[in-house]
Ligand binder design. Structure first.
Ligand code: NAD
Length: 491
C-alpha cells in the first residue's frame, strides 16, 4: 500500500514499485502522452532504463517467497478483490481508454469487460493449479505432479488494448504465486497506472507482488537482460515479438510473444447480407483497424457479378460510417493513436494508388482536431504479393481480393505468413465446416467479424502471429506461469 500518490496516474508519471508510486530520475527522457482525438497533453511518460528495472526486480524478488507460500485460495481471494475493484471502476477505466488510446467508449467498455473476465478466470486458480498423480508406478512407488510458480515474471504490452492486455497476464501471474512487473505501452500508460492504484488499494496484495515500469525499448532491454526475471509475456508487432522471443531464449527466460496479424474475411455469396456487412465493418474499421483481430482483407467469393454485389454492399455501408472523437457517441471510426500513425497509413494508401490499385472508398481527410483521424478506406486490385495484402497496416483500410470458390479462398488465406485470425460469412454449414477444418489461423469466426478472446480459452494465434507455444488466457496461462515438478516417492 502506498503512502504517497503524488506521482500516480496523471501529470509527470513515475513508476509503481514495492507498493509505492515512485518519482524517477529527473534526467530521464520523457514522452508526451496526448489524447488522440483532441491533442490535449495528458501526461509525460518517463523512459525508464535498466536502473529502474533493477529496483522493480529487486522488489518483486523480495516479495516472491512469502507470496508463493500464501495458500492458492488466499491468493485467489486477493484476485477476487481486484475483480471487484475493476468492476466498480469499469466506467472510469473505459473513459480512460477512450481518452488515452482513442477508441469509442462502447468499444473501451467491452475491452475492460474482457479484461475483467480474465481476472474472473484466474479466481479459479485453486482448481486450475491442481496437479496429477499415479499410484503404484512400481511396487510401493507413487508419482505426483505439482505446479509451482515460475518466479518473477514480466509483461510487455501494446498500445491498442491498454486495459485488456495487461489483464491477460497480471491476474494469472499473481494467482499462480509469481510476482509481476508490467511494462505498458509508452503511448498510453494511463489505464495501467489506474489499475496499479486499484491494486494498491487491495491490502491482500502485498507490496512488491505487482509493479509497473514506464518506458520503451530501454526498459524492455532491462527486463530481457536482468537475471532476476524468469519469464516474459509479450504482445505487440510481429517484428518486436521475434526480437523478444529470441532475446529471451538467449537469456534463458521462458517466453510467450504474441505478434501481429493480417486477417482475411471470406465473404461467400450465400452469406446473410446484413450479418456480413455489420461483421465486416466492425472488424475492418472498429478501433480504426487497430486490432490484432481486425479483418483487413475481404476475400470476395463467387462469380464476378456476385463478387461485385458483395463489394457494393460493403462499400455503401462503410461510406455511411462516422469518423471522429471516440468520446462522441455518434462516432463509428475513432482516430488513430497518433497523427504519425495516420500519416504512415495514408502513405500506404498513396503507395497502393501509385501501384495502380483502385481506391473504392477514400477515407483521407483533414485529420480532425489532433490530425489523427482517417476515415474507412477500401482498396481493390492489389496483387497477391502487394504489401497491402501481405503486411499489417494497422489502420482503417480494407483490401479486397477475389476467389472463384471456397477452395481458392482457403488457398489464398493460408498463403499468409500470419495466422492470428480469419472469419467466414456463409449460410452454408458445409462451407463453414470446410473452412474451420482447413484454415490456418488460431482464432476463427463463423458469421462473427471479430473472433474475440474469451478468457476461459487460450488466445490462439498461429504461425508468425506468435513466437512461443503457450498462449495468453485459458489453461495456457496457468501452464505458462507454473513449472511442473514430478515427485517419485517410496515409503
Ligand atoms: P509494438 O511492437 O510497437 O510495441 C509493443 C511493446 O513493445 C511496447 O510496450 C513497446 O514499448 C515495446 N517495444 C516496441 N519496440 C520494441 C523494440 N524494438 N524492442 C523492445 N521493445 C519494444 O506494438 P504496438 O504498436 O504497441 O501494438 C500494435 C501491434 O500489436 C500490432 O502489430 C498488433 O497486431 C499487435 N497485437 C497483437 C495481439 C495478439 O494477441 N497477437 C494483440 C494486440 C496487439
Amino acid at each position: 500500500m502506498s503512502n504517497s500518490t503524488s506521482e500516480s496516474s496523471q501529470g509527470d508519471l513515475g513508476n509503481y514499485i514495492a507498493g509505492q508510486f515512485t518519482a524517477v530520475d529527473p534526467s530521464l527522457t520523457r514522452l508526451d502522452d496526448r489524447n488522440p482525438a483532441t491533442g490535449e497533453l495528458l501526461a509525460t511518460v518517463p523512459l525508464s532504463g535498466s536502473a529502474e528495472v533493477d529496483v522493480a526486480v529487486v522488489a518483486a524478488r523480495a516479495a516472491f517467497p512469502a507470496w508463493r507460500s500464501t495458500p492458492p485460495m488466499v491468493r485467489a481471494r486477493a484476485v477476487m478483490k481486484l475483480r471487484e475493484a475493476l468492476d466498480a471502476n469499469r466506467d472510469e477505466l473505459a473513459r480512460l481508454v477512450t481518452t488515452d488510446m482513442g477508441k469509442t467508449f462502447d468499444d473501451a467498455f467491452s475491452e475492460v469487460g474482457r479484461g475483467i473476465e480474465s481476472v474472473e478466470h484466474a479466481c479459479s486458480i485453486p482448481v486450475l493449479m491442481k496437479g496429477e498423480n499415479l499410484e503404484g508406478i512400481a511396487r510401493g512407488v507413487d508419482v505426483d505432479l505439482i505446479r509451482q510458480p515460475v518466479g518473477v515474471v514480466a509483461a510487455i504490452t501494446p498500445f491498442n488494448f491498454p486495459a485488456m492486455i495487461p489483464l491477460w497476464f497480471l491476474p494469472y501471474a499473481i494467482a499462480c504465486g509469481n510476482t509481476f512487473i508490467l511494462k505498458p505501452s509508452e503511448q498510453d500508460p494511463l489505464t495501467s497506472m489506474r489499475i496499479m492504484e486499484l491494486v494498491d488499494s487491495i491490502e491482500e496484495i502485498p507490496n512488491g507482488v505487482v509493479n509497473l515500469i514506464n518506458g520503451g525499448r530501454d526498459a524492455v532491454e532491462g527486463l530481457l537482460e536482468h537475471p532476476g526475471v524468469d519469464a516474459i509475456s509479450f504482445v505487440g508487432s510481429a517484428a518486436t515479438a521475434r526480437i523478444i522471443a529470441s532475446r529471451s531464449a538467449e537469456n534463458g527466460k521462458r517466453c510467450q510473444a504474441l505478434g501481429g496479424a493480417k486477417n482475411s474475411m471470406v465473404l461467400m455469396p450465400d452469406a446473410d447480407p446484413k450479418l456480413m456487412v455489420n461483421g465486416v465493418l466492425g472488424s475492418a474499421f472498429g478501433a480504426a483497424g487497430q486490432r490484432c483481430l481486425a479483418g483487413s482483407i475481404a476475400v470476395l467469393v463467387g462469380s464476378e457479378a456476385e463478387q461485385d454485389r458483395t463489394l457494393a454492399l460493403v462499400t455503401e455501408a462503410a461510406a455511411k460510417l462516422v469518423t471522429g472523437n471516440g468520446a462522441d457517441p455518434a462516432t463509428d471510426v475513432c482516430p488513430l493513436v497518433t497523427p504519425a500513425s495516420r500519416e504512415r497509413v495514408e502513405g500506404e494508401i498513396a503507395a497502393a494508388e501509385a501501384d495502380g490499385c483502385s481506391i473504392v472508398l477514400d477515407g483521407r481527410r483533414d485529420g480532425g482536431a489532433a490530425g489523427a483521424e482517417l476515415g474507412p478506406t477500401i482498396i481493390d486490385g492489389a496483387g497477391p504479393d502487394h504489401k497491402l495484402i501481405r503486411e499489417e497496416l494497422f489502420g482503417p483500410v480494407l483490401a479486397v481480393t477475389r476467389a472463384k470458390d471456397l477452395a481458392e479462398a482457403l488457398e489464398f488465406v493460408n498463403g499468409s505468413r500470419y495466422g492470428n485470425a480469419s472469419v467466414i460469412f456463409t449460410s452454408s454449414g458445409g462451407h463453414a465446416r470446410e473452412y474451420r477444418f482447413g484454415v490456418e489461423a488460431g482464432m476463427v469466426g463463423v458469421n462473427v467479424g471479430v473472433a474475440a478472446p474469451v478468457a476461459w480459452f487460450p488466445f490462439s494465434g498461429w504461425k508468425d502471429s506468435i513466437d512461443g507455444d503457450l498462449h495468453a488466457n485459458g489453461d495456457d496461462a496457468v501452464r505458462f506461469y507454473t513449472r511442473t515438478k514430478v515427485i517419485t516417492s517410496r515409503w
